[in-house]
Design a protein around this ligand. Structure first.
Ligand SMILES: *Cc1c(COP(=O)(O)O)cnc(C)c1O
Length: 244
């Protein structure tokens, strides 16, 4: 069997075991394939074995793969740091933007969507690990940011997204996921217009079990399916790197 299919079945089993341990229905958790640096051929193998959801970090890559994968049914989410000069393309090629994290971005997304006369699905990204190298709105600003987002009815808010702390200590990682869940509950309590915060996008190759125990509805998995990437994640996550 192809290693991608083999890895996929291992990951689905991990999701199932974590759900059962947490008393949850495995159907509640969807798997998003984190496909940065992965070739379209390899993504196709995954999609053809039943996967439906991919996530890209760079708009250029999203666009290239859109063309290569357009005949293979799937949805593409944008999960990387979004620069405002890429808004037109990201709206063209992504079904959902998971990384909305600042007012300037909200304003520019809205302006573009108004011009196009349409709406877009988004998640709000929160920096629950408080690490400077990661993007996302600061947790203490998340509620007021949600109120700002609610003023723009072109943005349909489907949930929250976070990248957990990188640590071998799962209890430290768990705190990030618990924080995201608390923020979700707090924001739901505000009953904001065009907010339907059903999704908690959290958990990756090394921490998906913890995320599922804390309420993840979508886990984003790359390495455990496609193998180790050549580029370090800092290439995708650090401010300096993304300015290149
Ligand atoms: C790369 C990436 C993932 C997946 O990470 P793995 O450790 O490879 O599973 C998830 N979310 C985001 C935002 C990513 O950039």
């Amino acid at each position: 069997m192809n290693y991608i299919r083999e890895n996929l079945s291992v990951v689905h089993e991990r999701i199932k075991v974590a759900c059962l341990k947490a008393g949850r229905n495995p159907q509640e958790v969807s798997l998003l394939l984190a496909t940065k640096t992965v070739s379209s051929e390899n993504i196709k193998i995954a999609l053809q074995s039943g996967e439906t959801l991919i996530g890209e970090n760079k708009v250029q890559e999203l666009k290239e793969k859109y063309n290569a994968l357009k005949d293979t049914p799937h949805q593409a989410h944008f999960i990387g740091h979004l620069q405002t000069n890429k808004i037109k393309d990201v709206l063209k090629y992504a079904d959902c933007i998971q990384s909305v994290d600042r007012t300037e971005l909200v304003e520019k997304l809205d302006a573009r969507l108004q011009r196009e006369g349409r709406k877009a699905d988004i998640l709000i990204q929160v920096n629950t690990s408080f690490e400077e190298s990661k993007f996302g709105i600061a947790p203490q600003e998340a509620v007021s940011f949600a109120k700002i987002v609610s003023q723009y009815d072109t943005l349909q808010v489907k949930g929250l997204m976070t990248i957990g702390l990188f640590s071998a200590e799962q209890e430290q990682v768990r705190k990030c996921f618990q924080l995201l869940k608390r923020l979700q509950q707090q924001i739901i309590g505000l009953n904001l217009p065009h907010f339907e915060l059903n999704h908690l996008s959290m958990g990756m190759s090394h921490d998906l079990e913890t995320a599922i125990e804390e309420g993840a509805t979508m886990v984003r998995v790359g390495t455990a399916i496609f193998g180790t990437r050549i580029y370090p994640d800092s290439y995708y996550w650090n401010e300096q790197a993304t300015n290149k």
